[in-house]
Design a protein around this ligand. Structure first.
Ligand code: GLN
Length: 252
């Protein structure tokens, strides 16, 4: 009887250790990277029935998954408003932000950025036949932008009239419904919107809109995670993995 009690105790202890180990592997802090994003930015992040991480799909989501896989860590996505992402990162609610986020001097004051993984630019979307042919033609017109995006900064710095919305799709609806004359937004996302909405075209103006670089943000001073992210991005870039993802999600 004593032997049996002992055996049960040993089994229970082993089961406890195993449970502790398994749950630590799945949920323990430090074993799961919690990425923040705003899943309103195709082809980088969007909601899909069969996403690469649960219901989240896109280039950034595949990159986030690869980073976690490289270190045999779990991955979790928090979908929050773009404007709140860096605040959530600073508050410790997130480990990293991956959101097609352009590195800017202003953002660099509050967070640290990884090496860049993608180059984009702002473009103008108009209706076919629009008289707008360059950024200067936005003068005297009404442009829609997404609140907090670099597109908003660009149009506001140019001094042109604009309205800001929470989502890119809302800006596109304004344009389609004739409530504004143009939308200024990141290039790859613009491509996605024009392929979904016949009758819209893209106007580029490289003299006015400079190149922007997307990178992953971490809390200031989190060099441990930043070094891991940088090593993964370097590997993905050298293996051509990010270009492959671009082809896959942009349908080039
Ligand atoms: N690249 C733009 C920015 O950083 C837009 C990013 C996004 O909407 N997810 O502001």
């Amino acid at each position: 009887m004593k032997k049996l009690t002992k055996l049960i105790a040993v089994i229970a202890a082993a089961a406890f250790t195993l449970t502790a180990f398994v749950s630590c592997g799945k949920k323990g802090n430090g074993n799961t990277i919690k990425f923040g994003t705003n899943a309103e930015f195709p082809p980088f992040e969007f909601i899909s029935a069969n996403g690469v991480i649960e219901q989240f799909d896109g280039i950034d989501m595949a990159i986030a998954k690869q980073i976690a896989d490289d270190y045999k860590m779990g991955v979790k996505i928090e979908n929050i408003e773009f404007d709140s992402l860096l605040i959530a990162l600073q508050n410790g609610q997130l480990d990293a932000v991956i959101a097609g986020m352009t590195v800017t001097e202003e953002r660099k004051l509050s967070v640290d950025f990884s090496i860049p993984y993608y180059t984009a630019t702002q473009v103008i979307i108009v209706k076919e036949g629009s008289p707008i042919k360059s950024a200067a033609d936005l003068d005297g017109k009404l442009t829609s932008v997404v609140q907090g995006y670099t597109g908003e900064t660009c149009v506001s710095e140019l001094g042109y009239k604009y309205e800001s919305f929470k989502k890119g799709t809302e800006c596109i609806m304004e344009l389609v419904n004739g409530k504004c004359d143009a939308v200024v937004i990141d290039s790859a996302t613009a491509q996605k919107y024009i392929s979904d909405n016949p009758g819209l075209v893209i106007i580029e103006d490289n003299n006015v809109f400079a190149h922007e670089e997307y990178a992953i943000a971490v809390k200031k001073g989190n060099t441990v995670l930043l070094n891991k992210i940088n090593a993964s991005i370097t590997k993905m870039l050298s293996e051509g993995k990010i270009a492959e993802l671009g082809d896959k999600y942009c349908g080039n």
